[in-house]
Design a protein around this ligand. Structure first.
Ligand SMILES: C[S@@+](CC[C@H](N)C(=O)[O-])C[C@H]1O[C@@H](n2cnc3c(N)ncnc32)[C@H](O)[C@@H]1O
Length: 407
């Protein structure tokens, strides 16, 4: 008799999402698949087979701030206080003095965190030794969690979310975003080009994940700038990387950053995944990329092309429309080239900018013509044609699209 297939254990995980919950959810969808999930921003809850290494998992996600594990749901106040005390006691009995902190998400009324923390301490007095980490904010930052060892052996951060009807759900943090590593990759890399605009590493990582490609895929960024997409791909574990750019400074910058990442960058807390990888770099305008890259050889093109001249917010509508029209040609020409070098069914994840004008946007209307070059849009989260990324003080908004090459 054949044995029934082994069911992998499932746990309910909590993903505390970053500033753009839609983008972060789409990333989780791309990485884990989204089944049986609930999203009550900023918390996305989902059942998954066990995550063997949550710290590793969060290091490869650009849009998740914390990963937690559900402890229980629908607690009244008395019960949740008891449950937290019980969890702390377990740790303290085994490992000695235990630090604990409380973070609340999507609760309608302000939780008296200080009173709850002191109450838990009182309940444990005389039994075990504890330290309450309190910051007078609804939730603790990743920095506080990490610096106080709340994901370590002698600490715990409780995640408290509304269960509706005045009750609470309870989780505990397993891992937080590696803020020091991200900061080092953002501000510590040797070559930066603030003039042509650099993609935040977190957004680069999200875009790479949205491509949903295996680790041995060949990735090209044909507008690589200082190489953020390529270096983040390297961090995630992609090894076949190609960059191109019209500017020789951009190529030199990418080379410098890539070498720094592989030789000098030392992640503080987590595993180092990069190890003397190589990258191919070509100085070329997009219209000639087919002279450098073999036909039908690329699995994924992940890129933020030229976004136009930096804007000051004082441009007229006519000036913005002129810029949009110039970029339209560049973007359509780029897709014509992409079609020559991408594999059938290959993926393109690309930023298409739009420009702030008053309360609205001037857009580059290029989607229909891009489709005519042999691509189809693959929406995110079932029906999102694009995902939007924008900082309030910026005059450029970034729409992220995912295309597949029609064979
Ligand atoms: C917005 S930047 C990309 C920045 C990059 N994502 C990063 O994080 O560093 C756009 C890049 O496109 C390059 N570029 C502009 N026009 C191009 C063209 N026609 N062909 C190829 N590259 C071009 C620029 O030199 C610039 O480095």
């Amino acid at each position: 008799m054949t044995k029934p297939p082994q069911q992998k254990a499932k746990n309910k995980y909590w993903f505390v999402l970053g500033r753009e919950p839609l983008l972060s959810s789409a990333e989780i969808e791309a990485v884990f698949g989204l089944k049986n999930f609930t999203l009550n921003p900023p918390v996305l809850k989902m059942s998954l087979p066990e995550l063997p290494d949550p710290k590793d998992a969060i290091g490869n996600l650009g849009g998740t701030i914390k990963i937690g594990l559900e402890i229980g749901v629908n607690f009244g106040m008395e019960d949740i206080l008891n449950k937290m005390a019980e969890e702390i006691k377990k740790i303290a009995k085994e490992n000695g003095k235990t630090n604990f902190g409380l973070s609340c998400y999507n609760l309608n009324s302000k939780l008296p965190i200080k009173i709850w923390g002191m109450e838990i301490k009182t309940r444990l007095r005389g039994e075990v030794s504890t330290r309450f980490v309190f910051k007078n904010e609804p939730n603790l930052s990743s920095v506080t969690v990490e610096k106080n060892g709340l994901t370590g052996k002698k600490g715990i951060e409780f995640l408290i979310a509304s269960a509706g009807n005045g009750k609470y759900d309870l989780g505990k943090t397993l891992a937080v975003q590696p803020f020091e590593e991200l900061g080092q990759r953002d501000f510590g890399r040797p070559a930066r080009d603030d003039a042509s605009g650099m993609l935040p590493p977190k957004l680069a990582m999200i875009m790479i994940n949205l491509a949903q490609i295996p680790r041995n895929a060949i990735i090209l960024d044909p507008f690589c700038g200082s190489g953020t997409i390529l270096t983040e791909a390297d961090v995630i574990g992609y090894k076949n990387l190609i960059g191109a750019d019209i500017s020789n400074k951009a190529i030199a910058d990418t080379k410098k950053n890539f070498e720094w990442l592989n030789k000098e960058y030392k992640p503080f807390a987590y595993k180092k995944q990069t190890a003397n990888n190589e990258i191919k770099l070509y100085e070329t305008e997009i219209a000639r990329i087919h002279e450098f890259v073999k036909p039908a050889s690329i699995d994924a093109i992940i890129t933020e092309p030229y976004l136009g001249k930096p804007l000051r917010g004082r441009e007229t509508k006519i000036e913005l429309e002129k810029q949009a029209n110039e970029l339209k040609k560049l973007y359509i020409d780029a897709f014509t080239e992409f079609k020559k070098i991408i594999k059938p069914k290959g993926t393109v994840v690309i930023i298409i900018p739009k420009f702030k004008y008053g309360n609205g946007w001037v857009k580059i209307n290029c989607l229909e013509e891009i489709k005519k070059t042999g691509f189809e849009i693959i929406p995110f989260l079932k029906n999102q044609t694009f995902l939007f990324y924008h900082r309030p003080n910026q005059f450029v908004g970034r729409e992220i699209y995912r295309f597949i090459a029609i064979s």
